[in-house]
Write a protein that binds this ligand. Structure first.
Ligand code: NAD
Length: 484
């Protein structure tokens, strides 16, 4: 596959290049080789993209929801037809194994395009009857030009999760992928055009933080939706506040998984594997603090280490591979720093902790036991394949400790006790909760964080509220009664 894109940016329906921008190498995590180079957007490119999105917006919003939806649904179909090639590109971009990308990336993007495409025709405002015959109607209107800024772990999915609801509501978008994984969003732009989206409706520009900052502060931009870390979220939220722009913030987490003694052991272990080692642990909603009730801890760790022995590390393009490299050398170093701290602070290393003897940015799936709440590995987001197992005795204690974090993205409980499962779900301070599983994120369900993990929700009907606004129109049916 030729991984070098036609050009770095996609603006006004076509590929655009400006080689005076800083070169950004795209490195394949399995080999360390540079597989493409793109250039960061210059101020001229940023201007062109915003101007194009601005010019296209009124006409796009004037189409009926059915027409906009048809285009999105057509894009979903194209995406599914090309799933294999898009998944291979996603693997080149991120290093995630093809066995994952083939089921979790373009397919998830297509689901979002189909779901919001279907919803587009159903969007309505409201009619409010008043006394004396007067009434108010509320028009649901687009916000205008939206900016999307992505993280590197799910480049196709993030572009689609933002574009689909934005476009369904009649907005246009300028999307900046992460500089680490710039390739996939360009394909989303190509597909939308092929599906019939007018030029300018979805544009992609490359670049580092400065390009994101330039987009965030442009006076023509009505909304910024970021997927990224908490520190970046704080900067982007503050910058957006200057212009009172709408925001969606999908940020980091340190989510708990609480496993009670009555849980199905294999479901709990499976949930912990999914919630810590899928995508080599580079998932925002990971349940990295696994609280296991005291009587189950030994059996849990035995079964976990046994099942970790089945992980197949290797060439991400081989379908048998189930555990790939980390996205970059830098990210692996950050994670290794946390592993060293875990050992230094007295946690017991029960699995992994080291680099396997092979090329690529691999790191063994790592499990610490005897972790306490104050340790760095239990407090900070690591964003790598590192699980912390903590022990608890009572339900009250588990909930209190699970919530004792500034983050609030996800949480899960594993138990066969129905009432306890729902009590825990109600008590978790997290936007996305699971009972007897972890990390599934279907487009039908709201996804997002409480506390420092974010603002707003993606997916589900809730996303519509974050990409549209209501305009109240008061209609007088009787003569105006002025005081003089
Ligand atoms: P990051 O915060 O370093 O970067 C995210 C994006 O923001 C990048 O595109 C970056 O170029 C851009 N950016 C950086 N500074 C900016 C600024 N000042 N103004 C505008 N844009 C700026 O995050 P990352 O390392 O790419 O991704 C990992 C983080 O993302 C983790 O914390 C993870 O939890 C989080 N994440 C959250 C979700 C979610 O849905 N909640 C999903 C995936 C990843």
């Amino acid at each position: 596959m030729d991984t070098q894109p036609t050009a770095s940016h996609f603006i006004d329906g076509a590929y655009v290049e400006d080689t005076t921008g800083t070169p950004i190498p795209v490195i394949y995590a399995y080999t360390g080789e540079t597989i493409a180079t793109v250039h960061a957007a210059t101020p001229g490119i940023v201007e062109k993209a915003i101007a194009s999105a601005k010019a296209a917006q009124a006409e796009w919003a004037a189409l009926s929801g059915t027409e906009r939806g048809r285009i999105l649904r057509r894009a979903a179909d194209i995406m599914r037809t090309r799933n294999h090639d898009l998944s291979v590109l996603e693997t080149f971009d991120t290093g995630k194994p093809l066995s994952e990308t083939i089921v979790a990336d373009a397919t998830s993007g297509a689901d979002a395009l189909e779901y919001f495409g279907g919803l587009a025709a159903t969007l309505t405002g409201e009619h409010i009857q008043l006394g004396g015959g007067d009434f108010v109607y509320a028009r649901r209107e687009a916000l205008g030009v939206c900016v999307g800024i992505g993280a590197w772990n799910y480049p196709t999915q993030i572009a689609c999760w933002k574009a689909a609801p934005a476009l369904a509501c009649g907005n246009t978008m300028v999307f900046k992928p992460s500089e680490t994984t710039p390739l996939c969003a360009l394909k989303v732009a190509e597909i939308l055009i092929e599906a019939g989206a007018p030029p300018g409706v979805f544009n992609v520009v490359q670049g580092m933080g400065e390009v994101g900052a330039a987009l965030t502060t442009d006076p023509r931009v009505a909304k910024v939706s970021l997927t990224g870390s908490v520190p970046t979220g704080q900067k982007v939220y503050a910058a957006a506040a200057e212009g009172l722009r709408h925001v969606t913030m999908e940020l980091g987490g340190k989510s708990p998984q609480v496993v009670f003694e009555d849980a199905d052991l294999d479901d709990a272990v499976g949930g912990a594997i999914l919630g810590n080692f899928y995508s080599s642990g580079q998932v925002c909603s990971n349940g990295t603090r696994v609280f296991v009730q005291r009587g189950l801890v030994d059996r849990f760790l035995d079964r976990l280490t046994e099942r970790l022995g089945n992980a197949v590390m290797g060439d991400p393009m081989e379908m048998e591979t189930t555990f790939g490299p980390m996205v970059s050398a830098r990210q692996r170093e950050i994670v290794e720093g946390f592993i060293a701290k875990g050992i230094e602070e007295g946690a017991r290393l029960v699995h992994g902790g080291t680099r396997p003897d092979r090329d690529g940015f691999f790191l063994d799936p790592t499990v610490f036991a005897d972790v306490t709440d104050e340790m760095s590995i239990a407090r900070d987001e690591i964003f790598g394949p590192v699980m912390s197992v903590l022990t608890f005795d009572t339900e009250e204690e588990a909930l209190r400790r699970a919530n004792d974090t500034p983050f609030g993205l996800a949480a899960s409980v594993f138990t066969k006790d129905l009432a306890r499962a729902h009590r825990m779900a109600a008590g978790f301070q997290a936007g996305t909760c699971y009972i007897n599983t972890h990390n599934l994120s279907p487009v039908e369900a709201p996804f997002g964080g409480m506390k420092m993990s974010g603002v707003g929700r993606e997916n589900s009907k809730a996303a519509i509220e974050h990409y549209s606004q209501l305009k109240g129109v008061y209609v007088a049916m009787t003569p105006v009664e002025a005081p003089f």
